[in-house]
Design a protein around this ligand. Structure first.
Ligand code: HEC
Ligand code: HEC
Ligand code: HEC
Ligand code: HEC
Ligand code: HEC
Length: 457
């Protein structure tokens, strides 16, 4: 009897209890593939400095890109060590997904399997981030569509490349692999599903449903452009060498001009007290995915319109409401958000920080992420649902209107009205609260355009 009871307990009650606990957290296992966690040792991999001895140019390009800093960059270190790791200590169901941060940010450390890896200041091999080895040992994606570090990697002397080398090097054997020429290669890390089953990153999926996929313009064409370059010291220059620039949102030059702006009034002459309706067209002419993409929970772009009268006095214009669902998240205002930071920071009386941190009444191009309580979150692993997607798609044009009642105090004469689209990697109130160095919340001007109207006396 007793043993039957024990086996019933083991077979039915225990799994049921586990399922219930998991359901309580609403957490599902998010790894679709053979897990490479802890499968190898550091000595199985070669450091990027070794590749540098024969590929110095490519090495220097890579070392200036975020790819080589994915583990060491200040905001990555703060979010992982001060929010994610402590959160998993409070909620053990998050341990696996939080170990998984390393699957994309420092794949070698993930495959070595000690968590958390040493902090960047300890200068361990984890600092290699997304290194030459990680990409050039990749053979394929284990799932379709690729996501959550679904790469298949086997360490060794054989490296893979998109092209057939002209000379074989004594340092390695090169095997040509068409996978390097696909966007799925990038999608292994640039698509991410979180423990709640939410796509918290979908850059490759956005690309796939956009116009560039149909034209065959891939990630590599914009982020690894072709140019004349020497691939290896003993090789010769190629006209079409793939430059390892990987420049993205952390390169202001890449962000500038991404969206083109035009503003025009409905009438050119008005008296104080009359309305002028200004229309702004925003055309995404540069990105192959949505803008912003990637770390969408952190990023905002906002449209600021200001009028300056003949005497130099300025007036801020508020965007006209369109009335779509969730629009309140796309117009800046005085709201508190990001309350869930209290869990990892172990705060008891935390009311949140300002949601936007920019002038009120501006249109924001973003997609809000919400926690289980319905508050906005920047902790993508804690995202339970997503709100309205008001980002600008590839080659999409958004149109915004600003109805402006000419103030009675406005000076007669020419009034200049200027539209500016600004961009920020991380909303400033969060950056300030977590003491993230200011370059992460610096305002980058994407574009601007002005028009003029005449104010009658
Ligand atoms: C001893 C010098 C040497 C070292 C060290 C070295 N390589 Fe190479 N590599 C070469 C040479 C030479 C070529 C062929 C260049 C050519 O065809 O112009 C090459 C080609 C390649 C290619 C393919 C280029 C093509 O044309 O398809 C890749 C990818 C590559 N190396 C990656 C690496 C990686 C990753 C490392 C470090 C783990 C590394 N290499 C270390 C010398 C070296
Ligand atoms: C037609 C050119 C083009 C294509 C194709 C393209 N991108 Fe981009 N990408 C850009 C531009 C321009 C930016 C800078 C503006 C921005 O931050 O979105 C950018 C930014 C990014 C960023 C930083 C975004 C952020 O908000 O942090 C990432 C990551 C990125 N691209 C990855 C990819 C991947 C992966 C693919 C392929 C699936 C891809 N890109 C395809 C042009 C392109
Ligand atoms: C994020 C992944 C990634 C990283 C990191 C990376 N590469 Fe590459 N590399 C690629 C891809 C993708 C291609 C091929 C692009 C294609 O064929 O369209 C490539 C091509 C090459 C080539 C051949 C160039 C050509 O014109 O085809 C060499 C050589 C090379 N890489 C060396 C390196 C070295 C050395 C490092 C480190 C300093 C490095 N790579 C880091 C993804 C990466
Ligand atoms: C092994 C995982 C991995 C692969 C494969 C990978 N990336 Fe990345 N990539 C990352 C991570 C992680 C970051 C974030 C760096 C950081 O912390 O800001 C990044 C950053 C970038 C950025 C810089 C964004 C910025 O904010 O400036 C660009 C651009 C980019 N990747 C493009 C690509 C392209 C194109 C490919 C395919 C050829 C690719 N990546 C393949 C992991 C990967
Ligand atoms: C599926 C791969 C993947 C996983 C898993 C992942 N990341 Fe990322 N992460 C990326 C990529 C790719 C980017 C760059 C996106 C962009 O440029 O917008 C990024 C960007 C970031 C950034 C923004 C960096 C910056 O400077 O703007 C932070 C912080 C970050 N990740 C932390 C984490 C933490 C913490 C976890 C685990 C809870 C995690 N990531 C899990 C791929 C991943």
């Amino acid at each position: 009897m007793k043993s039957r009871f024990t086996s019933t307990l083991l077979l039915v009650i225990v799994p049921a209890a586990i399922l219930l606990t998991l359901a309580a957290f609403n957490i599902i296992r998010s790894l679709p593939q053979e897990d490479l966690k802890g499968k190898y040792q550091y000595k199985d991999f070669e450091p990027a400095l070794k590749c540098r001895s024969c590929h110095p140019g490519i090495y220097e390009q890579w070392s200036q890109a975020m790819m080589s800093q994915a583990y060491t960059h200040h905001w990555d270190e703060i979010e992982y060590f001060e929010l994610a790791v402590p959160h998993a200590e409070v909620n053990p169901a998050l341990k696996d997904p939080v170990d998984g941060c390393n699957g994309c940010h420092t794949p070698m450390a993930y495959m070595v399997g000690k968590f958390p890896p040493p902090r960047p200041g300890e200068k361990s091999m984890a600092n290699e981030s997304v290194s030459c080895e990680v990409c050039h040992l990749t053979q394929r994606a284990q799932v379709d569509p690729p996501f959550n570090f679904s790469y298949f990697i086997e360490p060794g002397r054989t490296k893979y490349s998109g092209r057939e080398p002209e000379i074989q090097s004594p340092a390695h054997k090169i095997v040509q692999n068409d996978f390097f020429r696909t966007t799925e290669f990038c999608g292994n890390c640039h698509n991410e599903k979180n423990p709640y089953g939410i796509w918290v990153k979908s850059t490759q999926l956005e690309w796939k449903e956009g116009p560039y996929a149909k034209e065959g313009v891939r990630c590599q064409d914009c982020h690894m452009p072709k140019g004349p370059y020497i691939l290896a010291l003993m090789g010769k220059e190629r006209d079409d060498a793939r430059l390892h620039l990987f420049h993205g949102a952390h390169d202001p030059g890449k962000v500038r001009g991404t969206i083109e702006l035009r503003i025009e009034p409905d009438v050119r002459l008005a008296e104080p007290g009359e309305n002028i309706v200004f229309t702004v067209a925003l055309f995404n002419q540069k990105t192959g995915h949505k803008f912003p993409t990637g770390s969408v929970e952190d990023r905002i772009a906002w449209l600021d319109v200001e009028a300056t009268d003949a005497k130099g006095k300025t007036y801020h214009l508020n965007v006209d409401k369109k009335g779509f669902e969730g629009e309140e998240y796309t117009i800046s205002g005085d709201y508190l958000a990001y309350q869930d930071m209290a869990i990892p920071l172990k705060l008891t009386d935390f009311r949140g920080v300002q949601r936007d941190g920019i002038p009120y009444g501006n249109r924001i191009f973003r997609m809000p992420y919400f926690d289980e309580q319905g508050n906005m979150t920047i902790m993508q692993w804690n995202t339970f649902s997503q709100g309205v997607d008001y980002r600008i798609g590839p080659r999409e044009t958004k149109v915004e209107k600003f109805t402006f009642k000419i103030p009675y105090e406005a000076a007669p004469g020419e009034m200049k009205v200027r539209a500016v689209l600004n961009y920020q990697l991380l909303v400033k109130p969060v950056a300030d609260y977590l003491k993230v160095p200011s370059d992460e919340s610096e305002i980058i001007m994407v574009n601007e355009h002005s028009t003029r109207v005449e104010i009658l006396p």
